[in-house]
Design a protein around this ligand. Structure first.
Ligand code: SF4
Length: 232
């Protein structure tokens, strides 16, 4: 069962990662991008030996039936896992809802998964043409653009979210991004302060005041585009 799912870790309980749900998080191993602010650098290497087998996860979930509402697949990048659909179907069979945290790196895979997912937390890095400034990978905005459209067309519950580090995403660029998202039809948008502790790029400067997220005129402009925008 789901032997093709490479699992880097498990958070047995969270109330923060799937709104209004008690959930466990399964971290899939492997991601081809190198976002400066990645907080899970230990989940990027595709060749790293999995820390947990699916059998261990399955046993854990059976013990949590009736105690948890949902299972979140995160990473790493879950949509690149060959065994993900099988794992999702098993999780649903066990009676849990399913949430997905993704950067939309593999849109074809995402299209097959969406019918079985209850909620998506979709990381949007930058305007699609500028993804490489964050991910370090040329043309990396092409797949997320397709994935964003798929999520919106599916009617599934979602949250689009962008991590804001003033050195990586200035006011003008963030407004450009927000305009593009509003044009796509995004309604639920979250701006996240960037925490640099333990992130992939150890040279990324930390700061005590996020000048972009504290720019009231900018936030007002973004909320004019997407009224449900929140900052956290
Ligand atoms: S998409 Fe970026 S932030 Fe997400 S796991 Fe990959 S490198 Fe880390």
């Amino acid at each position: 069962m789901s032997s093709n799912l490479s699992i880097g870790g498990l958070t047995p309980f969270t109330t923060l990662d799937f709104p209004d749900h008690l959930a466990a998080v399964i971290f899939c191993q492997g991601c081809p991008w190198h976002c400066n602010y990645c907080h899970n650098p230990h989940f990027l290497d595709f060749h790293k030996k999995p820390t947990l087998s699916w059998q261990q996860i399955d046993s854990f979930l059976q013990r949590r039936q009736g105690l948890l509402d949902a299972v979140i697949f995160s990473g790493g990048e879950p949509t690149l896992q060959k065994g993900l659909l099988e794992a999702i179907l098993r999780v649903r069979d066990l009676g849990f809802k399913v949430a997905l945290h993704t950067a939309g790196i593999h849109s074809n895979s995402l299209a097959k998964l969406l019918p079985y997912i209850d909620w998506v937390g979709f990381d949007i890095k930058a305007p699609f043409a500028r993804y490489a400034t964050i991910t370090g990978v040329q043309n990396s905005g092409e797949q997320p653009k397709k994935s964003a459209k798929l999520i919106l067309e599916s009617g599934i519950a979602y949250e689009f979210r962008t991590t804001v580090h003033p050195q990586l995403l200035d006011e003008k660029t963030l407004l450009e991004l927000a305009t593009a998202l509003a044009d796509l039809g995004v309604q639920r948008y979250v701006l996240q302060d960037c925490r640099t502790a333990l992130c992939l790029d150890t040279a990324l400067p930390s700061f005590s005041y996020n000048s972009v997220l504290n720019n009231k005129n900018l936030l007002q402009a973004i909320r004019t585009l997407m009224p449900q925008t929140i900052v956290r």
